[in-house]
Structures are given as C-alpha cells and as structure tokens.
Write a protein that binds this ligand. Sequence first.
Ligand code: FAD
Length: 415
Amino acid sequence: MPRTVIVGAGVIGVATAWLLCRAGHAVTLVDRHLQPAQGASRANGAQLSYGYGDALASPAMRRKLPAIALGLDPAFRVRLHADPEFLVWGLRFLLESSPGRFIDNTCELLAMAATTRQLLEELLRELTLPFDHTRSGKMILYDTAQACEAGAAVRQLKQRMGIRQEVLDRAEATAIEPALSLYRETIERVVWSEDDAAGRPDAFCRALMPVLERQHGLQTRFGHEASAIVHERGQVTGLALQGGPTLACEHVVLATGAALGLLPRRHRPFAGVWPVQGYSLTAPATARAMHVSITDLKRKIVFARLGDEVRAAGLADLGPHTTRFDDGRFASFRDAAVQAFGGAFCHGSGVDLQPWTGSRPCTPTSRPIVRNGWLRGLHLNLGHGSLGWTLSLGSAQQLLRVMQAQASEPRPAPA
Ligand SMILES: Cc1cc2nc3c(=O)[nH]c(=O)nc-3n(C[C@H](O)[C@H](O)[C@H](O)COP(=O)(O)OP(=O)(O)OC[C@H]3O[C@@H](n4cnc5c(N)ncnc54)[C@H](O)[C@@H]3O)c2cc1C
C-alpha cells in the first residue's frame, strides 16, 4: 500500500485524499491549521460552476484592463509593485487572454468541472454529507443585450460540450427565481445554467474527513507546518514537520493553494501562481431570498443560498502577497451586495454579516498545476484560482492519473 502525505487540507487536499484513499493509498493529511478548509476554501462563493468555468484571462478581460488599472472598476484593485515574479505573472496573464488561448483554457476547465460533477454525484449516491448542497442552478445577470451577445460563441462551444445554458429575458428568469424582483436595476438578459450547483466547501471537507478516517484509515496531522520534503536518490522518502517528526512516505502531494515554499527555488514554477484576494459575507436569508445562485455581472458579486443563509462573494485584489482584512474594501463590497440584493439577507444593525477574506491561488491560464514534481513521488495539485471548489474532484482525478502514469514508469537503476 503506497504511503502518501498530502500537504494542505483545503478542498483540493481533501478531494485528493478521497480519490487516493479509494485507489488504495494509505493517506496522511497535514495542515498548519487546526481544522480542514481554513484557507481559501473556508467561506468562498460556494459555487459549483459546472457551466461557467471560463478562464479569467479572456479578450473581454483584456479590453477591461485599462479601466481596471486606472481604478475605475470598484470590483478590482491592482497594486503594482516591483516584484519581477508579479510582473511576469501579469505578462503571462495578458498572453493568455488571446481568443485561442482563452478557448483552450476554458475547454480544459469545463472538462475538469464536468468530472467534478460526475464524481460528486457518485459520492453523494453513497454518502449523505451535510454541506447545504443545492442543485438549483445559476443565473448570470446582464444589464445590456450586447454584453450578453458577446458571450454567444462561448455558449455555443459549451452547448457542443453538452452544457445546458439558456438565454432568458427578465420575466422568464423571474418566473424561475422570484428573488430577481428584489433587484432594482435593469436586467436585459439572463444566462441560465440549470445544472450548476452550490454548497459549503468547508462543511464538505469537515463531513468527508471522518468518513475517510473510518472507511480508509485516513490519518491527519492538524496544527503542523510542513517544513521540508525528504528524499534520497531522487525518490521522496518523507515529509518533515516543523519541530516534529518526519512522516515516512513514498509520495508527497502539495495541495497548498498559492504556497510554493516547500519547493526549492529552482524547481518552483516561476510566476506560476499569484494570490488574488476576495471577500465574502454570510448572513441569515430573508423569506424572499434566492434559491438559485445569482451572479450580478455589473458588480461582479455572486450570491448563493446555503441552507437558511445567503452568501455573497466578490472583489479581486491583485498586488503583494497579503490576505490582510481591509475594512474599507469589505465595506465597499458589503454596500454593493446590499444595493444588489439587500432584500435577500438580513443586514441591519446588530446582524453579524460573517465577514471573510481569502485569496484565490491564480495561475495565468486559470488552469491548475496538476503534475509530477522534480522528485519521483512528488506531486502538485495547486493553483485552482477562482474555481477550486468547482474543479476539486476533477483535478484530484487528473492527479491520480498522473501519479499512476509515474508509477508505471520503470524506476531508474540505482547508481
Ligand atoms: C472570494 C472568493 C470566492 C471564491 N468563490 C469560489 C466559488 O464560488 N467557486 C469555486 O469553485 N471557487 C471559488 N473560489 C476559489 C476557491 O476558494 C479556491 O480555488 C480553493 O479554495 C483552493 O483550494 P485549496 O485547497 O487549493 O487551497 P486552500 O483552501 O487555501 O488550502 C491550502 C491549505 O494548505 C495549507 N498549507 C499551505 N502550506 C502549508 C505548509 N507548509 N504546511 C502545512 N499546511 C500548509 C494551508 O494552511 C491551507 O489550509 C473563491 C475564492 C475566493 C477567495
């Protein structure tokens, strides 16, 4: 039985643990936090966006970049600084925004998202996991018909991939989701993805882990910082924990989001992953709250119904590595969320809006880094950007294939 240590118990690490346990690995999950899903996976937008896995770098985004750089779009903030890695990341992002690269990246993301959907349905046929999972679909609101029309080619592509999306007018969409009547501004078109879903990623991790412990003997080391990958003659032999023991193993999987510190500098993907900070709030739902997930494209805020609460998530702040909670940024996000769908959640004085900030581990392509590392037995599953929950199981499946391919290669002869 191969012994595998996964560093990172976010949604990617936990999804990977499930598939590796199922494939017969003896898995230990390590995280510096005391519980799973305390990083980017904690209170994200909760969307399982199977139909909206579009790469961030796109021709449309390229057109918006001057306004973003000038600070004219409140949903974005770019703080330029003289880190060469940051500048190269930005340049690579620009190169990925050509029509051809955008389509290639988006196709790969959609295929990975489709695998997540299939595996999650499979998992939920076997287990009841309390994570407020809802299959109620998603609506994207457009304030002009032209903006919606600009996405027609991508919708056709999705249709060819078997993804169901429909363009509705406001009345048709309101008949499906009455909460749209709370939105006071113009809605010219709505793109309706009936098969999209939502659910709490942190609750998913907390619910799945005990099952893996019981059924597959999963071991956990919470509250431990992984400090070094131990190896001998090009083969992983263990993972060292700071101030603690070394866990002996043949495989180490890095599911560390944007953190690449465990890789020696010369083996790190240069300008491979950069954190993009966002915010969320979670508040009690009112009687008129939405059941369908809604993206207000004008404000770039996504709303999801999670049990008796509504979650809103948004903002994309790019700059030096930091996840400091910025009160001013949160206040502007909260005000925008209230303007859009304040009628859907309680936000008066005395209501705790459960504010949260986290960083999306973004690659220039929006595609995660799922590959083997520089040592035999070292594997990477990180950099899932704004879609980590949606891609989680699909990306874990891809990693398993990559690991199996390496295992079938002949071992180099001892020197
Ligand atoms: C505002 C916002 C909204 C979002 N909305 C959505 C959405 O609606 N749908 C969607 O699909 N995605 C969404 N995302 C993206 C998604 O949250 C991320 O892609 C995903 O959570 C990444 O998961 P992860 O497991 O890779 O990272 P994380 O959850 O950050 O987990 C990485 C873990 O690694 C641990 N770690 C790192 N280094 C070490 C070390 N040396 N030793 C020990 N532990 C270590 C960290 O403690 C952490 O727990 C959103 C993100 C943000 C910020």
